[in-house]
Design a protein around this ligand. Structure first.
Ligand SMILES: Cc1cc2nc3c(=O)[nH]c(=O)nc-3n(C[C@H](O)[C@H](O)[C@H](O)COP(=O)(O)OP(=O)(O)OC[C@H]3O[C@@H](n4cnc5c(N)ncnc54)[C@H](O)[C@@H]3O)c2cc1C
Length: 437
């Protein structure tokens, strides 16, 4: 006799871990499946690369030009590498599909340690950037973060390297809570197919260390991010991934004699003042030395020597709500998509870029020191959109088969995603609980 779970969740990022935790707390039999392993020692480039699909080099085709996106392959998903920037679900986007996440957003606020940091943790360079931007007439302020202030230390910029102090919230905290409440975790297990009987999802199939595995459950939740598309298409849902968003971002850095951002919290200050009117946000963050070297190489090999300034740059990022364009391809995991910035995307990036250059000049960076990296994709999302591939309950056209992660957002958020995905996970768990009792 095969064991039957109440809920099988595929993918342990913020979406999947939330559903697993909520359902386990409700005493449901839960299996959380993750294709990656549990890398515990982050904090250096090599281990970070090990937690990513293609060691971080997942790029679009045809290339060049490259659009690079970061795709997780690890327990906790991409949340292990987040900057810890906490932005609530954008109401307008979810209102457009009739979803109200107010209650779930507030529930998550406490659990995700959302807070604004004291000045000493924000860091002098961020405080100076905020002052410079405000002197220029912009409206910068401290930005909320998923940080436990009691564990965080000043002059540390290692959020994106994985926080060794556990001061930054990641989906592992929810995943581990699910396990403590009875959920089973299957690592190194890649799901390829949904088992469908009488037009209802009843399980999933895949492989673990080269051996075939099958699991049976009453409800199946796909939370494997960009990976949902392949599973859904193999199940016959062909419309998945026919277009999508990546929240294009562009980094611009300059060398100021007074400050640099190499040792301060990323995204601890910034502005959302251009979000409603122009569809972009500006936040201070810059790639680590290794990411910078790769991004400079993508711009052209002649730019690579600029990486010698890696620890002297003051860096800013513009992140936009990009147009739904491009496509996911499921035949290759190295070049799994086509996507490049549209004309409108480029206008938004350019407008944000001009503002960032003004701020860099104001803190003393000469024009000749300014480097503009190529746009890259921040958050692959909106592949299985609400109203298109899933309904407002996040159920697909196959009964009992749901999606819950960044793939379901109805359009580009252009904002950090975690809080939105966690709120969606909490909302889905309430629905699943009702249907299972
Ligand atoms: C460098 C970086 C910094 C970021 N900073 C922030 C930030 O500060 N704040 C913020 O809110 N957001 C941030 N984000 C975005 C955020 O990390 C992601 O949007 C979020 O993790 C998406 O969650 P998810 O649940 O959709 O999926 P993911 O986190 O992508 O998780 C999907 C999981 O599914 C697994 N999987 C895939 N396919 C399969 C399969 N076939 N079988 C089994 N398992 C599978 C993957 O290994 C992965 O663990 C950042 C992202 C990056 C890359």
């Amino acid at each position: 006799m095969m064991k039957e779970y109440d809920v099988i969740v595929v993918g342990s990022g913020p979406g999947g871990a939330t559903v697993a935790r909520e359902m386990s707390l409700k005493r449901k039999k839960v299996l959380l499946i993750e294709r990656g392993g549990r890398w515990n020692w982050l904090g250096n480039t090599l281990t970070v690369a090990m937690t990513l699909q293609n060691y971080g080099l997942t790029v679009s085709k045809p290339f060049p030009p490259f659009t690079q996106v970061t795709v997780a392959d690890n327990y906790g998903g991409a949340s292990m590498l987040i900057c810890g920037c906490a932005m609530p679900p954008p109401k307008k986007i979810f209102d457009s599909v009739g979803i109200n996440l107010t209650a779930e957003t507030e529930e998550a606020r406490k659990e995700l340690w959302v807070t604004k940091l004291p000045d000493e943790l924000v860091g002098k360079a961020n405080m100076r950037l905020m002052e410079a931007a405000n002197d220029l007439g912009y409206h910068w302020e401290k930005v909320e973060k998923f940080i436990d202030v009691s564990k965080c230390i000043p002059e540390c910029a290692d959020c994106m390297m994985g926080c060794k102090r556990d001061a930054k919230w990641s989906a592992r905290f929810y995943g581990d809570e699910a396990i403590a409440s009875g959920a089973e975790l299957a690592l190194h297990t890649r799901i390829d197919d949904v088992i469908v009987e009488n037009r209802k999802a009843v399980g999933v199939k895949g492989s673990r260390h080269g051996k075939s595995v099958s699991y049976y459950g009453k409800r199946i939740v796909l939370s494997s991010g960009i990976g949902n598309v392949r599973i859904l298409r193999r199940a016959g849902i062909q419309e998945a991934g026919r277009t999508f968003a990546v929240d294009f971002l562009q980094f611009i850095g300059g060398v100021s004699p007074h400050i640099n951002t190499s040792k301060v919290q990323p995204m601890a200050v910034g502005t959302l003042e251009h979000y409603e009117s122009d569809g972009f946000v500006i936040l201070p963050v810059f790639p680590t030395w290794s990411q910078l070297t790769v991004l400079l190489a993508m711009k052209g090999l002649g730019h690579v020597p600029k990486a010698l300034n890696a620890f002297r740059y003051t860096g800013l990022m513009v992140k936009i709500q990009d147009d739904l364009k491009g496509e996911i391809h499921t035949e290759s995991s190295f070049l799994p998509f086509t996507k490049e910035p549209s004309h409108d995307d480029r206008l938004k990036l350019a407008k944000g870029g001009e503002i960032m250059k003004k701020i860099l000049r104001k803190v003393g960076a000469p024009d000749k020191s300014i480097v503009e990296l190529n746009p890259s994709g921040a958050h692959p999302s909106a592949t299985c959109r609400i109203g298109d591939v899933v309904d407002t309950k996040l159920e697909t056209s196959i009964a009992n088969l749901y999606c819950c992660d960044a793939s379901v957002v109805p359009s580009a958020l252009g904002l950090p995603v975690v809080w939105s995905v966690v709120a969606l996970g909490k909302r889905l768990a309430k629905h699943l609980d009702k249907t299972l009792t």
